[in-house]
Design a protein around this ligand. Sequence first.
Ligand code: GCU
Length: 584
Amino acid sequence: MPTSGTTSLGHLVSRRAAGTTTSLDGTWRAIPDPYEIGTFNILGEENRAGWFRDVKPRHPADRVEYDFDTSLELRVPGDWNTQIPELHYYEGSLWYRRTLTIDDAEAGRTFVHFGAVNHSCRVWLDGEELGRHEGGFGPFAFEVTGRVGPGDHSLVLVVDAIRTPDRVPATRTDWFNFGGLHRSVDLVAVPDEFIAHAWITLAADGSLIGEVNVDGPQVDDGATASIEIAELAFSLEVPANERFHVAPADVPELDRWHPGRPRLYEVAFTAGEDRVVEQVGFRTVETRGTDILVNGEVVFLKGISLHAEGPSGGRRASGADDAATLLDWAEDLGANFLRLAHYQHDEAMVLEADRRGLLVWVELPVYWGIDWTNEGTLANTLQQTDELVLRDRCRSSVVLWSVANETFPGDDRTAFIGRLIERVRDLDPTRLVTAALFTLPGKGLETHIEDPLGELVDVIGVNQYYGWYYGDRDEIPSKRWSSVWGKPIIFSELGAGAKYGNHGDAGEMWTEEFQAAVYEAQIEMIAANDDCAGLSPWILKDFRTPMRVLPGIQDGFNRKGLVSEEGERKQAFGVLQRWYASLG
Ligand code: GCU
């Protein structure tokens, strides 16, 4: 029976010994199938001779009405929308096929691993269904042990990027719904008994916690795993598949990972024949009143928000090069904090943030209106939560799990998100939980945050657009914000739109001067708000979205970037850069 994929293999790939992973990236064949005739017959029944079979005519009179070998070519990883003009706004079903030739006999177990596929997919190998997966941004894998012996094999997927009210995200987002295999695909060979997941981190009380999950037919209750940090002459024997805890007194003396001072240690996890090596930074993160502390030190979060869009071309970002360029820009801005909005970004982003000593807010695509009372929707969002936390809970840069963005208060909403928060805290009790709250302009200068979600989170994210969607710009500096809970407030969004190169006076909409003036006013306001622990203005770079259509100005892009979609810096970039520099 096809499964829905196995999430905890998220880090299956890049932390294993060389030679265990075969990249399946490159050019794949593709067939758009808007009428889903590759799956269903004209009666709407599953077509047993569907395209998953990847067959060729056996003789001249054999009628086969599709042929992957002569069909479109798509690059993987990559979205299909920016590769083929006809597919720009395409969200329907699309088939992918890749053939792979295996030379060596299989040893141990084998998985096919997907970094992420937007939005939903079914996967077949040699005509046999491996499983299905729903969710556009998290990693998943299917076991193919015993099916990839020497010879040619056909890996086929049908992917759709259809937006529906019961999906997460649902039908409307202010970002472009890029479809396809937008992150890497790998074939991974592991021993019969292998480390499915391993993590270690420092809790706020200075203790070490973590777990090593060992998967295998013979794994019995007494199975153990070892953790070694050679540089610290530290090693630990722990029971497999159980959370371990090392008391602060037993934690070796170590250099803490700190914003701007990234210190990573090589941590080797071993179980049976299997070994996974992680580069881990050790730091604590907590709140005290309205402050956020890293390693016991108050840190003001000088941040910027980002979408997972490449540095140019308005395409889905993926891989280390895109991550490096985007983080170069953020560092040039003087940022020590990134909000990766509104969904799980490529793992390359958080790995690079670890290496650069940048703090990170990661987020679930629980955005605007969601089908809060739909059990299927909740189950899928809990699965996406697992994918988010399990992949990134070894990352020292990740300090905030965000469970939602601009959801409208209501009991069903709060109950739904409450379940997500429970899951996050269960999977990782060491980091802070937050959500970006939707705030409407309060009467007068005081805004007192009362959204009940504020009760459930550790840090309150406030999205406010004074000077753009509402409010008089001159009033901004005197605005004051607080919450009934006295928790840290992060201005998770603020900003204004401007078309790069469009100049005029500061009162003229869409000019760089207008945007810069809004930043000047917001900065003055934030500097005067004691409850504010940081900000992540909206947004580093102009990004693609079908919601923004103003000809000559937006042309399919949200223009609130501090740089254009090609990286050209607007005046407001300098305004924020100078302020961040002044904060030291
Ligand atoms: C919202 C939302 C963003 C959106 C932004 C905007 O706050 O969270 O996704 O892009 O506003 O309107 O530009």
